[in-house]
Design a protein around this ligand. Structure first.
Ligand code: GSH
Length: 290
């Protein structure tokens, strides 16, 4: 046992920031920190989100629904800045008691329906519009299997591997090893599945692809945590084929841009209130007007 080894005290106390990239917003208590109403736009759906993988799942679904002709799926996407604590405002916590993006209101129902957890939103929208979920019960079950697989697995990728490899204040061998092994195992799960199946649920593009692609597609492209070489992501050839195929879809390209606050200015549509915003309100155009 090394002298520096951490010995947990009898009772954990929150007496200092842990360091790391998100230390200032992490707290051991839930609930709102301040009163703040959320804005409401003109469309049936009001999304409060950010263009992280969990946010992108839902904006891709909305853009897919609209492209498929479901005009009742029109939505306003408002920006929630989690670095500044917007997720702890009272209006946001009323929708999501877990204070994490995305949060969604369906105002076409009476009373309005609140939604939190991106997987719940995908399932709700798929059922409401009877879209992107197979009608055949066995195929539908397979899509839901993979949807839940994503919800259970991605925290090991983001909160585990990503945190210790990219965000923690020090590089620690034990957690990086443990989570690199788990993430490579997950990539292999996907690779084997996609060897014999065009999409995650089989021969139909479903909400399972929409849930998995923003996380594992980005990882396979080397865009997540700058870890492409470390994890040798090129070896997962079926994942590579699938992530390029999904990424080439026009609604996916649009969904990725919504609530995005990083990357090239022309890829960022920080808020979306109308389909025409993709042509007129991307950040390159907003900045050129300033
Ligand atoms: N399981 C949740 C995870 C949501 C989540 O972790 N959101 C992150 C951003 S990707 C967040 O809002 N973090 C802010 C915080 O932890 O305070 C979902 O899929 O909706």
């Amino acid at each position: 046992m090394s002298e520096q080894e951490y010995q947990p005290p009898k009772v954990w106390t929150w007496d200092r920031e842990s360091g790391g990239r998100f230390a200032s917003i992490n707290r051991p208590i839930a609930g709102p920190t301040h009163d703040k109403e959320l804005p409401v736009g003109k469309h049936p759906f009001q999304l409060y989100s950010l263009g992280t993988p969990n946010g992108v799942k839902v904006t891709v679904m909305f853009e897919e629904l609209l492209a498929a002709g479901h005009s009742d799926a029109e939505y306003d996407a408002w920006l929630i800045n989690i670095g500044e604590g917007d997720q702890f405002g009272s209006g946001f916590v009323d929708i999501n008691p877990n204070s994490k993006i995305p949060a969604l209101m369906d105002r076409s129902t009476n009373p309005p329906t609140r939604l939190f957890e991106s997987g719940s939103m995908l399932l709700y929208l798929a059922e409401k519009f009877d879209a992107f979920l197979p009608k055949d019960h066995a195929k539908r079950t397979e899509a839901i299997n993979w949807l839940f697989w994503q919800m259970g697995s991605a925290p090991y990728l983001g909160g585990g591997f990503g945190h210790f490899y990219a965000y923690a204040p020090e590089k620690l061998e034990y957690p990086i090893n443990r989570f690199a092994m788990e993430v490579k195992r997950q990539l292999d799960v996907l690779d084997r599945r996609l060897a014999d199946n065009e999409y995650m649920a089989g021969d139909e593009y479903t909400i399972a692809d929409m849930a998995i692609w923003p996380w594992y597609g980005a990882l396979a492209a080397g865009a997540a945590y700058d870890a492409g070489e470390f994890l040798q992501v090129h070896e997962y050839e079926n994942v590579q084929r699938w992530r390029k195929q999904i990424g080439a879809r026009e609604p996916v390209k649009r969904g990725r841009m919504v609530n995005r606050t990083f990357g090239e200015p022309e890829t960022q549509l920080r808020e979306r209130h109308d389909a025409s915003d993709f042509e007129t309100k991307t950040q390159d155009k907003v900045e050129s007007k300033d």
